[in-house]
Design a protein around this ligand. Structure first.
Ligand SMILES: [Zn+2]
Length: 315
C-alpha cells in the first residue's frame, strides 16, 4: 500500500519514506493544508506507517495497518470534541496523562488532533508540556488548515508536512475515474484550487459555501450595492490569510460564470445566476478588479483599504 493512497505530494511522500526507512520517525507531526487537501488521509497513512510491523511501512496488510485503516486500533486515539468550538483543554490534559500508560497492543500510542486551528492558548500550552518530554512510544499528529495560529514553540517542535495542490492532469484523471462522464469536472477543477477533496465536494454538491461568498454572489447578480457594501464592511477586520482565499473563491465563481456564458457548464447555482444576469464584460471587469485586490492583499495594502476599494469599483 505505502503512501500512494495520498495523491500527488511526491516530495513529501519521498521524505517520509526515507526518514521512516532510516528509523527516524518523529514524535510530532504537523500536517497542514486547506480543507480537502488530504490531511486526514495522510494522518491515517502515517499512523499506519508508525504502527506497521511489515516491510515498507505502511504495508497495508499487517494487523496494525489494517486496524488503523478500519478505525479499530486501540492505540490510535482522536483528541477532539466536534461539538465544541475550541478543542477542550481537559481532553488534551487527559491525553497527557494517558500517554504515560503503555500502549495496549501497538508499538506506539498515537494521538490525532484533527483541529489544530481550533486549539486555544491554554490548549496549546497543555500540548507543549507533552511535546517537551514524550515517552519513546508516544506520537502526535496535529492537523491544521492554518499553521499560523499555532504558537511558534509548538510549531518548532513538529515535523511539518504541508500538503500541496495537485497538478491539473493528475486531478483530472482522478476525477474522471471517480465521476465518469461528469461534465462539471473542468469547473470543479478550477474552483477546487487543486485540492481533490474540494473538487469531490463540488461535484457531489455538498460544498459549503461561506456566507460572504453567497452574499457577494447575490449582490453581484442583483447589482445590490447595499448587500455588497455590508459584506465588504464585515470583512474589514479580517486578516490577509482570510482575504486571499475568499477573493480567489469569488474569482473562480466569476470565471465559471464567464465560461458558462461562452458555452461551458457552471456547476454552482451562484455562477449560473451571475451568468444569467450580468454581461461578459461586467464579469470580466469584476474578475480583473478582484484579481488586482488579491495582489494587493498578497502585498502590503491594508485589508480595510482593499475593502474600501472593492466597495467603490464593484458598485
Ligand atoms: Zn503494516
Amino acid at each position: 500500500m505505502g503512501f500512494e493512497a495520498l495523491l500527488g505530494n511526491e516530495r513529501l511522500k519521498d521524505n517520509l519514506r526515507s526518514s521512516l526507512g532510516r528509523g527516524k520517525a518523529s514524535h510530532f507531526y504537523l500536517i497542514s493544508g486547506p480543507a480537502g487537501s488530504g490531511k486526514r488521509t495522510l494522518a491515517r497513512l502515517l499512523a499506519a506507517a508508525l504502527m506497521c510491523e511489515g516491510a515498507n511501512p505502511p504495508c497495508g496488510t499487517c494487523s496494525g495497518c489494517r486496524k488503523i485503516a478500519n478505525g479499530l486500533h486501540p492505540d490510535f486515539i482522536t483528541v477532539d470534541d466536534p461539538e465544541k468550538k475550541t478543542v477542550p483543554v481537559d481532553l488534551i490534559r487527559k491525553a497527557m496523562a494517558d500517554i504515560y500508560i503503555q500502549p495496549n497492543e501497538g508499538k506506539r500510542k498515537i494521538y490525532l488532533l484533527p483541529r489544530g486551528q481550533d486549539l486555544n492558548l491554554s490548549g496549546q500550552n497543555a500540548l507543549l508540556k507533552i511535546l517537551e518530554e514524550p515517552p519513546p512510544y508516544g506520537a502526535f499528529l496535529l492537523l491544521t488548515d492554518n499553521p499560523e495560529r499555532l504558537l511558534p514553540t509548538v510549531r518548532s517542535r513538529c515535523v511539518e508536512l504541508a500538503l500541496r495542490p495537485l497538478d491539473e492532469p493528475l486531478l483530472r484523471r482522478e476525477l474522471e475515474r471517480r465521476f465518469p462522464g461528469n461534465d462539471g469536472i473542468s469547473a470543479a477543477i478550477s474552483r477546487s484550487g487543486g485540492y481533490l477533496g474540494q473538487a469531490i465536494e463540488l461535484l457531489e454538491g455538498n460544498a459549503q459555501i461561506p456566507q460572504q461568498t453567497l452574499d457577494f454572489c447575490e449582490a453581484f447578480t442583483l447589482r445590490n450595492t447595499m448587500t455588497l457594501v455590508k459584506t465588504l464592511v464585515s470583512m474589514e477586520k479580517w486578516k490577509r490569510d482570510q482575504w486571499i482565499p475568499m477573493l480567489q473563491q469569488w474569482t473562480s465563481i466569476l470565471e465559471e460564470a464567464l465560461a458558462s456564458r461562452s458555452g461551458g457548464r457552471a456547476i454552482s447555482e451562484q455562477a449560473r445566476a451571475i451568468a444569467a444576469s450580468r454581461s461578459s464584460a461586467d464579469i470580466l471587469s469584476a474578475i480583473r478588479q478582484i484579481q488586482k485586490c488579491t495582489e494587493y492583499a498578497q502585498g502590503n495594502v491594508s485589508c480595510a483599504a482593499i475593502s474600501g476599494y472593492l466597495q467603490w469599483v464593484l458598485r
